[in-house]
Ligand binder design. Sequence first.
Ligand code: ZN
Length: 405
Amino acid sequence: MSFPALVEPASELTVDEVRRYSRHLIIPDVGMAGQKRLKNAKVLVIGAGGLGSPALLYLAAAGVGTLGIVEFDEVDESNLQRQVIHGQSDVGRPKAVSAKESVAEVNPLVDVVVYEERLDNDNVLGIFEGWDLIVDGTDNFATRYMVNDAAYFLKIPYVWGSIYRFDGQASVFWPHAVDEDGQKVEAPCYRCLYPEPPPPGMVPSCAEGGVLGVLCASIGSIQVNEAIKVLTGAGEPAVGKLVIYDALELEWRKLKVRKDPRCALCGENPTVTELIDYEAFCGAVSDEAAEAAAGSTISVVQLEQMLKEREEGGKDFVLVDVREPNEFEINRIPGSVLIPKGEFLNGNALGELPADKPIVLHCKSGVRSAEALAVVKGAGYADAVHVGGGVVAWVNQIDPSQPAY
Ligand SMILES: [Zn+2]
């Protein structure tokens, strides 16, 4: 279904603007009225990363008058494979500043507001206040639920997107939407679609699992497409629709998402009536893993010492890398053997572990190895530990000659 335009039109376009946006102006569904609405629009983009990069560039080029950028991170070399708003010379610089400069280069007529801070419960409502629309490019569940709840409390519609390897999803969450007659529409929020975050460790982040760079452009551009439709009232935005893209099969699907009357946020008897503790809600690791890791976590410095002592005839142990084979190809801790985490969860790995040697587990960051440690300890191996910070810490602190990812 279609919705009335979210934003009132600006009073006029300048001669420069008419020239710049002429290809929009001759589209009947946009036209002068639509372009004036874009000029008047204030869109806040969360993150100048994989999704935020194409989103910001196209929102700027489209002539959205005011763009906000929430981003606390700095540009890293491993970002450049997909975060096309940043360039080689930006490595080490704040992403927010780099993104602002790129926006100015694409379209100097856009006002840019930068929030160089990490979004949290203390600042989220203040930052969101006053924006017409939010484009969410965050990559973790805690922030996603926070964005959803804060946007709901402030009645701001938002365009959500998510990416992983070759798979992308997008939707418009607008529980306060009204139709052309001013009647409230039964539109869902993110919690209606995903009432609970996945169990910790079940869904790897892009840093853990990877993402095809160009997928960011596919989903980020869909988010801009939907943003423009909501702002101008053109077409039928994906309110109550989940767009699913499979880049390997080159297949787009669109599923209906209904408002959940039992939704904790936008349902009939809401239990989430203010911001909650999102880190606790999503959990970095499961309770079992946290329990297993307590008192059984060693540092990479300790591991290096153990490896040295073993070389000099000291105590032997088995060092197991629980990442995936393609990660093992990129970098590794010397002397480690690869047994992916899935082999622990299905029990197959237990037969490969010696009963008479200590076991040291590690992964990329320490999340997956803690999950594996819980399985190992549960199977009765008392002499087992995992490495806090994993390969990332090893490369940072012990062996910077190896590539990071
Ligand atoms: Zn809901």
